[in-house]
Design a protein around this ligand. Structure first.
Ligand code: ADP
Length: 871
């Protein structure tokens, strides 16, 4: 049971007020009774006036008839004359009666009419007495007339009537005594006696009039009260009916067993049943089974005398849906009925449930907020439009050393170090323009120490409040600075490492240039058979050293991400053919069969750097040939795997033991091949793996010891660029092999004597080449201008000026711009190569010089020169 009662809404009040104005319950009872009394008396006077008018006319007619009946006999002395009695009856009777007609018509119910009627009535009595010759019986007419006049219930009417009767009696008794007494003499006491009788009757009739008036008044009052009560009852019934018809709540009455006796129309909206369907049914038929017991108990409580109570339960509508209902019930023992009002509170309950949930969420959100505020290490605060603290949490004490109370009302700028205030104000202004800003400034703590604060601020236009979170950034700023310093140091060290590698590379290549160059030169100069193997060792060892240097440099570059790779669609067939071409001599030498895939691969493109892909393939093919016994085979295959192309090099070689496979890509780990006598550095696969990864590919190996190995690499498949460059795959530019170097003059600018001698020796091989040499850049420039050589070979490390400056001056002068310049340098970095080509160098040859490559370059530049001269 709930103590809640159905509230009286504004709507209900308005409706009741409306009904009150529409239904009148009558006036106050006293006023109403008076009004009704006077109304009824008025009606009575008017009716009595009419009655007397008719009575007077009748009496006049009777007088005339009586006068005719008492005419003298025919033949008497008066025969032939109109009987004077008749004349008196007609004329006097008429003159008494007719004025009453006029007065009654003009003033019906008025006092004057009653008085005229009374006088006329009494005059007619006198006339009758006169005509009857004063017979005693005719005097009774006077008493009868007075009695009839009392019908007016107005005792005042008796006054003029009595006065007229008395006057008539005295006058006629005095002057015509035979008229009232039928004798010629009169008894003076007769009139007194008559008048006394009349007055006595008047008194009686007056009392009667007063009494009857009182009776009438009582009756009227009772009638008025009754009428008023009836009106109230009718109005009340109409109100009740309207309430029943219009109320949105169901109003109903049930018998002690809970059966509906009456139910208002709203039941159809609430339960889906019409009133007719419900009457006779019990509440048990509509209440939800689970709520029936509590409903029954509530009903019993009310019936045993508990005050009217409210009950909430669930009811089942006709369509089976559930509706929540609030019942207000009252038990009337006298009517033996329970009067109830039932209201649909489904929506209210739902809204209450939502509200409850929202309140719960709000409460937990508030609690969470409070927890955050209380436990946050950061200051969470709000500032007003002037930047003054409105609120702040306790963390302000840790951050700035101030209690929250000390800060409220103060401007935050007072905490900021003077030199940071202008910038802080600037950031604050931009935050107000809608940008959520994070910035760091320095603040002064209460103890004077400086703390670096990271502010996150957001401006609320609606509240005109700046919401801020202030975080102690001293440590993070320190760490950030340390990281920056560490990175700078790492960058510096990286640069130093690169410079070191470049330097070492240069320093190692320069002597190698002499070793390899002269070694190759001697090999070409028909050495004695005993010298040939020695020379071969020199050249092979030189190449081994060079390979080692190159691979170390490459690995270092890939790892420091310094290696420049130009990833583009590369024709697999071309890269493979170029690699095979280079390996084929070794395969032939070792009697290993080399099988390449069919022509189809010529149409397959992968995303790669052409040179680096070739380098990887050469390494895999080289290993395949190296680690395969004579008459074994090395096969290359190519197939598509998803979006990628898989290139694999299979060999029937020695294979790799399963326990060593995991180390196969480890730099310098030769897996025991050192003892095999097969040359190697242990860097080839390590470099290949890094290069393939740099080309967004993968590399792997499958091997069985004694049976052979398969090294594979997968690269992203690319669209063929043939549509734009149709000859890219088929017509690969190939260096021409062999052929003689055409006659020309060559200027070599180089400060290293052994290098100069080597080039001199190499060019001596080519008949007709005239070599000019300069050991300083400036001299070289002068020679170039004076002799306009066909080719300039330029070293980069010159004593007087750097080689790139010499190149720039050559390119800047009209006289020397067209002379092809080939850089010959030990600095083999890719960046250097690109820079010099961009600056105008025709080609770039790295030291140590590969003799074959040198001749090739000479041949190419000669043909270009010819084209140029021919053009
Ligand atoms: P290396 O210069 O020694 O060949 P690599 O890095 O190319 O260096 O190879 C690392 C080692 O892996 C080799 O020393 C060799 O032991 C093994 N290896 C590489 N390729 C093969 C192969 N095709 N068959 C057997 N062993 C191989």
């Amino acid at each position: 049971m709930k103590s809640e009662s159905i509230p009286i809404t504004n709507e209900t009040v308005a409706r009741v007020a409306d009904w009150s104005t529409n239904f009148s319950f009558g006036g106050a009872s006293a006023d109403g009774a008076d009004k009704l009394f006077w109304q009824q008396r008025e009606e009575k006077y008017q009716k009595t006036d009419q009655l007397f008018v008719r009575l007077l006319l009748l009496e006049w007619a009777v007088l005339v008839i009586a006068a005719l009946l008492v005419r003298p006999e025919k033949g008497s002395a008066q025969a032939g004359w109109i009987d004077p009695q008749l004349l008196i009856a007609v004329i006097l009777g008429g003159s008494v009666t007719l004025p009453t007609l006029a007065v009654a018509r003009l003033w019906p119910g008025a006092a004057i009419t009653r008085y005229v009627v009374a006088a006329a009535q009494m005059l007619l009595s006198g006339l009758l007495i006169g005509l009857s010759g004063g017979r005693l019986v005719s005097h009774f007419h006077v008493f009868c007339s007075l009695t009839i006049l009392s019908f007016y219930r107005d005792w005042r009417v008796l006054v003029p009537a009595t006065m007229v009767a008395a006057a008539d009696h005295f006058l006629r008794g005095t002057y015509w005594p035979y008229l009232p007494y039928g004798a010629l003499t009169t008894n003076p006491w007769g009139s007194v006696e008559f008048c006394g009788s009349v007055v006595f009757q008047d008194i009686l009739l007056g009392i009667l009039c007063l009494h009857r008036n009182k009776e009438m008044r009582d009756t009227v009052v009772r009638t008025a009260l009754l009428q008023e009560q009836t009106e109230r009852l009718v109005a009340s019934q109409r109100v009740n009916q309207l309430i029943m018809d219009k109320s949105r709540d169901v109003i109903c009455a049930t018998d002690p067993e809970g059966r509906f006796l009456t139910v208002s129309a709203a039941c159809e909206a609430l339960w889906g049943y019409t009133p007719e369907e419900l009457i006779g049914k019990g509440w048990v038929d509509i209440v939800h089974p689970e709520d029936r017991e509590k409903t029954r108990l509530a009903n019993v409580e009310i019936m045993v005398g508990h005050p009217a109570t409210n009950l909430e339960n669930r009811c089942l509508r006709k369509d089976g849906t559930i509706v929540s209902v609030l019942w207000s019930a009252y038990w009337s023992a006298s009517d033996s009925a329970m009067f109830q009002v039932a209201r649909d509170i489904t929506q209210r309950n739902e809204a209450a449930a939502v509200l409850k949930k929202t309140n719960r969420q709000l409460a937990s959100a508030l609690q969470a907020n409070q927890l955050i505020m209380d436990n946050s290490q950061d200051v969470i605060c709000t500032l007003d439009a002037k930047g003054q603290f409105l609120s702040t949490n306790a963390a302000c004490q840790t951050l700035w050393g101030y209690h929250a109370e000390e800060l409220i009302g103060r401007c935050y700028l007072a905490l900021v170090c003077p030199e940071d205030r202008a910038r802080s104000k600037q950031v604050e202004d931009s935050t107000r323009k809608g940008k959520i800003t994070d910035f760091v400034n320095r603040c002064l703590r209460k103890d004077g120490s400086i703390v670096e604060v990271l502010w996150s601020a957001s401006w609320s236009e609606a509240d005109e409040i700046l919401f801020c979170v202030a975080h102690d950034a001293t440590e993070s700023q320190r760490v950030e600075k340390a990281l920056r310093d560490a990175k700078d140091a790492a960058d510096r060290s990286n640069r130093a490492k690169s410079e070191f590698l470049s330097r070492i590379s240069h320093e190692l290549r320069t002597p190698l240039n002499a070793i390899l160059g002269f070694g190759q030169l001697l090999e070409r100069q028909n050495p004695k058979p005993t010298q040939r193997p020695h020379l071969h060792h020199i050249v092979t060892a030189g190449h081994h050293l060079l390979k080692l240097i190159n691979e170390v440099l490459d690995i270092s570059r890939v790892e420091s991400e310094k290696m420049h790779l130009s990833l583009e669609p590369v024709c697999v067939g071309v890269a493979l053919e170029e690699a095979v071409d280079l390996i084929q001599p070794l395969a032939t030498e070792r009697s290993v069969n080399l099988f390449t895939p069919s022509e189809n691969e010529k149409d397959i493109f992968v995303l790669a750097d052409h040179q680096r892909l070739k380098q990887v393939l050469i390494n895999l093919l080289n290993n395949g040939v190296k680690y395969t016994l004579p008459h074994g085979a090395v096969m290359v295959s190519c197939k598509q795997v998803g979006e990628r192309m898989r290139l694999a090099v299979h060999d029937t070689g020695v294979g790799i033991a399963a326990d060593k496979l995991a180390r196969v890509f480890t730099p310098f780990d030769r897996l025991g091949a050192e003892q095999s006598g097969i040359e190697g550095t242990g860097l080839g696969l390590a470099l290949s793996q890094r290069l393939v990864r740099a080309m967004r590919g993968t590399i792997g190996v499958e091997s069985l010891e004694g049976q052979g190995s398969t090294f594979w690499l997968e690269l992203v498949r690319a669209e063929s660029p043939l549509k734009t460059t149709p000859d890219r795959c088929s017509a690969v530019a190939r260096p021409k092999r062999g052929g003689a170097v055409k006659h020309r003059s060559v200027l070599y600018i180089e400060d290293n004597l052994s290098n100069l001698t080597l080039i001199e020796q190499l060019l001596r091989e080519s008949a007709g080449v005239h070599l000019l040499t300069a050991m300083q850049g400036r001299i070289g420039l002068d020679l170039a201008r004076q002799h306009s050589p066909d080719l300039i070979l330029l070293d980069l490390n010159l004593p007087d000026m750097p080689g790139w400056e010499v190149l720039a001056e050559l390119q800047g002068s009209e006289a020397t711009r067209r002379i092809p310049t080939v850089v010959v340098s030990a600095d083999a970095t890719e960046g250097q190569f690109k820079r010099l080509i961009d600056a105008g160098a025709r080609n770039y040859i790295t030291k140590p010089i590969d003799v074959t490559q040198f001749y090739q370059m000479m041949e190419e530049t000669a043909s270009i020169q010819e084209e140029y001269v021919g053009a």
